[in-house]
Every structure is written in structure tokens, then in C-alpha cells.
Design a protein around this ligand. Structure first.
Ligand code: HEM
Length: 134
């Protein structure tokens, strides 16, 4: 039987792993390898979305009580809400990043990249330090 802290730890590992992919894609970009940047970010997109969909199925249908202890504790709930202020915008921006990148809408892609970088950094930091792993 899975516990909430175990699931949070799994998600933290997943976020760190895809952040490494994102960094590698930016290194490729800085070397002029635009196609590689796009391909790596396609993988980044699919992995992140698959994890989020799997996670939503788990907490909505399989184990709806998994994070009850967070909802019952105001301090933990406040941490979760802060995390969601970053992770939800990051998730919403991802399809737009993929679309503008593929369509070569450079200006828009770069504008969204600034917002996405902020949202992703916030997701990473609050995901690693604001959520209870024990
Ligand atoms: C976060 C910082 C990011 C920066 C600074 C950035 C920047 C860029 C730049 C400068 C290009 C070339 C655009 C052109 O010349 O028209 C590009 C292409 C692209 N980007 Fe990004 N990007 C970022 C993140 C992402 C993310 C998160 C995704 C997808 C989820 C993504 C997907 C793509 C795709 C698919 C292309 C087109 C590649 C190709 O032409 O084959 N990028 N990006």
C-alpha cells in the first residue's frame, strides 16, 4: 500500500529527472542545436504529462485518501497551495511551449520561456522543500 510521503518522494525524483532533461535541452540550444532542443523537450513534455495524468488517476480514483493528512493540516495545506501556484501555471504553459517551438513562433516562444522558467523553478523549489516527505 502506497503512502502519501512515498508518492511525494517519487514525484520529487521525477521532477529532478525531467529538470535535468530541460537543462540538457538548453545546453543543446546554446550550441545552436535547435532540433535537438525540440526533440529533448518533446520527451520532457511526454514524460511530464504522463506522470501528471498517472498521478491524477491515482489520487482521484485509486487512493482518494492518500493526501488527506495534508488537507487536515493547515500548515501542510498552505505548503501544497504554494506549490500549486507554480506547478499549475507550469503545466498549462507546456503545450504552448511545444506549439510555439514547433511552429517556430520565436518571439512568443521566448516570451513564454521566461514565464515557464519562473513557474518551473517555483515548482522545483516548492516541490522539493514545501511538501512533506515523512
Ligand atoms: C525554458 C526555456 C526555453 C528557451 C529559452 C527556449 C528557446 C528556444 C529557441 C530560441 C528556439 C528556436 C526558435 C526558432 O529559431 O524559431 C526553440 C525551439 C523549440 N523549442 Fe524551446 N525553449 C525553451 C523551452 C522549451 C520547452 C519547455 C519546450 C517544450 C515543452 C520547447 C520546445 C521547443 C521546440 C519543439 C522547438 C522547435 C525545434 C525545431 O525547430 O525542431 N522549448 N526554443
Amino acid at each position: 500500500m502506497l503512502t502519501g510521503p512515498q508518492v511525494i518522494f517519487f514525484l520529487q525524483t521525477a521532477v529532478v529527472a525531467v529538470t535535468i532533461l530541460l537543462i540538457v535541452s538548453l545546453v543543446a540550444l546554446s550550441r545552436g542545436q535547435v532540433k535537438l532542443h525540440g526533440r529533448i523537450n518533446l520527451v520532457f513534455f511526454v514524460l511530464t504529462l504522463t506522470t501528471v495524468v498517472g498521478f491524477e488517476i491515482l489520487i482521484r480514483f485509486v487512493e482518494p485518501q492518500l493526501f488527506r493528512y495534508i488537507h487536515d493540516n493547515p500548515a501542510l495545506l498552505s505548503g501544497l497551495r504554494t506549490h500549486l501556484c507554480f506547478s499549475v501555471p507550469a503545466l498549462l504553459l507546456m503545450p504552448a511551449m511545444l506549439y510555439t517551438g514547433m511552429r517556430r513562433r520565436r518571439e512568443t516562444h521566448l516570451f513564454l520561456a521566461g514565464l515557464f522558467a519562473l513557474a518551473w523553478l517555483g515548482t522545483l523549489i516548492t516541490g522539493l522543500f514545501w511538501l512533506p516527505t515523512e
